[in-house]
Write a protein that binds this ligand. Structure first.
Ligand SMILES: Nc1ncnc2c1ncn2[C@@H]1O[C@H](COP(=O)(O)OP(=O)(O)OP(=O)(O)O)[C@@H](O)[C@H]1O
Ligand SMILES: [Zn+2]
Length: 474
């Protein structure tokens, strides 16, 4: 693509023929009709190939021919990376460093996708890609996880991401790791020059950071949800904090959101993942006249199109991960338990870090029905009222025809938690996406004395899987 916006107008140059000297030159060389015809060539001798042990040319004392070019990079690299080589602050110096660098991306989702594509495009030597062993590309990933493709839905995420990186730049060596667990984390990160945390859960964040602190590998950490994102560089130098220095204790599980629950606009992780690649390039290439986000947290507010940076405290000398006397043994730390607010010291034997399962609400025994049972009840519309307790945005996406929308937060004041006079014959059925909010609604109903209320186990997801595959799954 032309980066130059000037029109491609040809400059008018004087033509050689207008120069009287050239005109003279052509006139003298033009064969005249009086020139005698050329003599016929003598017949060519038959081709004889010398025996292979005899060199066809006599040894020469001349110096070897002058090389036609001088570049520290292979010619193909000059062409491929020319637009970044042209940048004075990057140039051949940074490119050469990049071409011996190894970068590890943990999580090939919304953040990892742009990050891995930009690092592959820029020409890092080796790109390590990590994701959970059983995480496959889902159609709902594609609006933001742009390394994947519709044709690869159902394929493992690392395999799909590797295919995308290879398609963009076949010169980059791709190493795939379909697991990232406490027992192998330090060993794995220590073989790379930089690590990018592109995961989406608290347990993984502590694990990646602790491993980088132990292996003394810089970590570019990103996060994005809804319309917000943030980004910083940890563990990069003596005064740079690790994730644990900044967040010594995990947030309460109720405050931890996920894109799966809260939603996210695709370009938001796109911006943060792209900036993670940028920070990684600065660290790997040692780009001149730039600073990285060491000890700075960049906050992105997509709703206001605003960026702001806050200063972070320096490395805490008493930090159990990166302090003067580190005490955390990454291979034995219970990251899942710790993320849920419990002690992380119990050995876990290297269990894969997974998002915690939703807790069952106690006291609802016998009051919950399966999706199949609800399908049976549904045959007689006069026998029940269906209360959908999902947020309005989700109800607007899809709902069962007869459902009435009462988001969980509005339920206590809605008047729904009162049984009508027909309580003997009309049952109240609560439903939500997965059966978590509906349990809470049912609990409220029971506490208010409702006798004839139930909720649907597994919610509308279970409805999709067990009753009607046409009902959208999200
Ligand atoms: N401990 C871990 N080891 C390896 N990969 C991880 C770990 N924790 C999270 N991940 C991966 O990080 C990625 C996070 O990306 P993102 O949140 O965009 O995707 P997602 O979880 O697939 O999306 P959604 O929340 O919409 O289902 C996921 O692919 C997830 O599997
Ligand atoms: Zn620390």
């Amino acid at each position: 693509m032309r980066c130059n916006a000037w029109p491609n107008a040809r400059r008018a140059k004087p033509h050689h023929c207008y120069n009287p000297e050239y005109v003279l030159f052509f006139l003298i060389r033009t064969p005249s009709s009086t020139t005698p015809p050329p003599l016929p060539h003598p017949p060519l001798p038959p081709i004889s190939t010398p025996p292979s042990h005899i060199h066809p040319f006599p040894p020469t004392t001349h110096p070897p021919p002058r090389p036609t070019m001088s570049t520290p990079l292979p010619p193909s690299s000059v062409e491929r990376y020319s637009r970044q080589l042209l940048l004075p602050t990057f140039g051949v110096r940074a490119q050469t460093k990049l071409q011996t660098s190894r970068a590890l991306i943990v999580g090939c989702g919304g953040l990892g996708s742009p990050a891995l594509l930009y690092l592959a495009g820029a020409g890092v030597s080796v790109l390590g890609l990590v994701d959970r062993p059983h995480d496959v590309v889902d159609r709902s990933n594609l609006h933001r996880q742009i390394a994947h493709a519709d044709a690869r839905v159902g394929q493992s995420k690392v395999a799909s991401a590797a295919a995308a990186a290879r398609a963009l730049n076949p010169h980059v060596v791709i190493e795939t790791h379909a697991e990232f667990v406490a027992r192998n984390a330090v060993e794995l990160v220590s073989t790379y020059h930089v690590v990018l945390d592109c995961t989406d859960n608290v347990a993984a964040r502590y694990l990646v950071s602790d491993a980088c602190a132990a292996a003394k590998v810089p970590l570019v950490s990103g996060a994005a949800i809804g319309m917000e994102g943030q980004l910083t560089v940890y563990c990069a130098g003596a005064d740079t904090p690790c994730y644990r220095c900044v967040f010594p204790a995990p947030p309460p599980p109720s405050c931890v959101g996920s894109c799966d629950a809260a939603g996210v606009l695709g370009p938001v992780p796109g911006v943060i993942g792209t900036m993670q690649a940028l920070e990684a390039l600065k660290l790997l290439g040692g780009i001149e006249k730039t600073t990285t986000l060491r000890r700075k947290l960049l906050l992105f507010d997509a709703a206001d199109s605003a960026f702001r940076t806050v200063k972070l405290r320096p490395r805490a000398r008493e930090c159990p991960a990166c302090g003067d006397e580190p005490s955390i043994e990454v291979a034995r730390f219970a990251y899942e338990a710790f993320a849920l607010g419990r002690d992380g010291k119990a050995p876990v034997g290297g269990v894969t870090v997974e998002a915690p399962a939703a807790n069952a609400v106690p006291g609802l025994d016998g009051l919950r029905i399966s999706a199949e049972k609800f399908a049976g009840i549904r045959k007689d519309a006069s026998k029940y009222r269906l209360i959908d307790v999902r947020p309005e945005a989700e109800f607007a996406m899809c709902h069962l025809e007869e459902a009435k929308s009462y988001p969980l937060a509005d339920l206590p004041s809605s008047g729904v938690l009162v049984e009508g006079d027909d309580a003997d014959t009309v049952q109240t059925i609560f439903i939500c996406r997965r059966g978590n909010s509906s349990q809470k609604a049912l609990k409220l109903a029971v506490e208010r004395g409702m006798q004839n209320a139930v909720d649907v186990i597994g919610g509308l997801q279970s409805w999709h899987h067990k009753v009607d595959a046409n009902f959208p799954l999200y």
